[in-house]
Design a protein around this ligand. Structure first.
Ligand SMILES: Nc1nc2c(c(=O)[nH]1)N[C@@H](CN(C=O)c1ccc(C(=O)N[C@@H](CCC(=O)O)C(=O)O)cc1)CN2
Length: 300
């Protein structure tokens, strides 16, 4: 134990159990939709052979099967052109069996990601990353049935709420300004129903340790292994480890997933999300929620 230690090791912010609960709730909603003649169908668009992306997409289809959502896969070659990629999105936009879809990120460098995200029909945007849906997040459209929320930010907030962790009035430091996590997460946390005070740190932040030292809650989404050092954290802090990096295990030589947070943080924090097993399963559950909600909007 060092001088920064909290008296007890951090409690685990487990994502697997709440994700399983959410999936069970979604399976019931899906059954009601089917009874009304609507079958939710998730499409995925994957470009290239990246093993991580292939694994995530396969996981999304496994999750769909669990909940009763139909799956549509479009696996495209690495050298696909912008125009060819966009024409696949035109097909999915027109396909009534596809009630929602995602384009797995990152895309190869020769593809303009923003143009691809803009091409998705906002009503079928299962990731909540179309400019219209991100704009609704900025505009504070509050009814969840109006528009999808980005999956990882929504998963982070749900993970905290389902462990009864109060966010109102607390200082939350989000580390990372990416479009899939950091930026939308800052917007979500400052909504009136959550009411956190948010600082968004990034590679241009001059004194990250000073920011970390002030924070009641740290959400690390930078994708840099163990960049959040235990000695910079305030004792009793709540820590969510979102970053996913693949590193070689020193003992086995095999590739494994690691997060942004130094494992020693468990002796300082009051709550710490494991990685894997924390935010990842919640991200997947929130994607399914977006697909079911998009299909439910067809009923109303
Ligand atoms: N279109 C999108 N692309 C990407 C997103 C996204 O939300 N939409 N996020 C990430 C990848 N991602 C989903 O696509 C994702 C990452 C991690 C997990 C997850 O469950 N992780 C597991 C462990 C994973 C492992 O062992 O490799 C965990 O945390 O327990 C799910 C989804 C980038 N691209």
């Amino acid at each position: 134990m060092n001088i920064f230690s909290s008296p007890q090791p951090a409690r685990i912010l487990d994502g697997k159990a709440p994700a399983a609960q959410i999936k069970a709730e979604l399976a019931e909603r899906e059954a009601k939709l089917k009874a009304r003649g609507i079958t939710p169908g998730l499409g995925t668009v994957l470009v290239g052979e990246d093993p991580g992306s292939q694994w995530y997409v396969a996981g999304k289809h496994r999750d769909c099967a669990e909940v009763g959502i139909e799956s549509i896969r479009r696996d495209l070659p690495e050298n696909i052109t912008q125009e060819e990629h966009e024409s696949v999105l035109d097909e999915l936009n027109a396909d009534p069996a596809c009630t929602g879809y995602i384009v797995q990120l990152p895309l190869p460098k020769h593809i303009d990601t923003n143009r691809i995200l803009e091409k998705i029909d906002p009503a079928k945007d299962a990731d909540g990353l179309h400019p219209v849906n991100l704009g609704r997040l900025v505009l504070n459209v509050n009814d969840p049935l109006d528009s999808p929320l980005p999956c990882t930010p929504h998963g982070c907030v749900e993970l905290l709420l389902r462990h009864d962790i109060e966010l109102a009035g607390r200082k939350v430091l989000v580390v990372g300004r990416g479009v899939t996590v950091g930026r939308p997460l800052g917007l979500l946390l400052t909504r009136r129903n959550i009411n956190a005070t948010v600082t968004l740190a990034h590679t241009g932040t001059e004194d990250l340790p000073a920011e970390l030292n002030q924070a009641d809650v740290v959400i690390a989404a930078a994708g840099m292994p163990h960049m959040i050092r235990a000695e910079d954290l305030k004792p009793g802090v709540v820590v969510l480890d979102v970053g996913v990096s693949r590193v070689e295990d020193e003992e086995t030589g095999k590739s494994r997933v690691t997060g942004d947070v130094d494992p020693e943080a468990r002796s300082v924090a009051s709550w710490l999300s494991p990685n894997p097993g924390g935010v990842g399963p919640m991200t997947r559950a929130m994607l399914l929620a977006n697909v079911v909600e998009a299909a439910e909007r067809q009923v109303v």
